[in-house]
Design a protein. Structure first.
Length: 107
């Protein structure tokens, strides 16, 4: 049987978590440890401390996928899965306008 290779020592893990929680970037941590960014993100995720970046649109709103908008419209109108699938082929701006109209009508 071969010995298991340890990627991160317990000391490295403690330091990595402390640095991350103190605001040090993942890139800087990776450089310090001589690891890849993906490796550091994976380890921080396993340690349950990593917070994924939240992306926003140009207007500062949270990014919503077109599928989610189409699913909302289909559910609000009582449409089936095939119709929801069909909606995803429409323009996202049009779908968002329809979803916003439905939300306004519900209130």
């Amino acid at each position: 049987m071969t010995a298991k290779t340890v990627n991160y020592t317990p000391e490295q893990t403690v330091q990595m978590v402390a640095d991350y929680q103190a605001g040090v970037t993942v890139e800087a941590i990776a450089n310090t440890l001589g690891k890849t960014v993906r490796s550091v993100v994976a380890k921080l995720s396993r340690e349950k401390v990593y917070q994924a970046k939240t992306y926003t649109t140009k207007t500062g709103e949270a990014v919503v996928k077109k599928d989610e908008v189409a699913d909302y419209i289909a559910q609000a109108l009582g449409l089936g899965e095939a119709d929801a699938e069909s909606l995803t082929k429409a323009n996202k701006t049009a779908l968002k306008a329809i979803a916003d109209f439905i939300k306004a009508e519900k209130t």
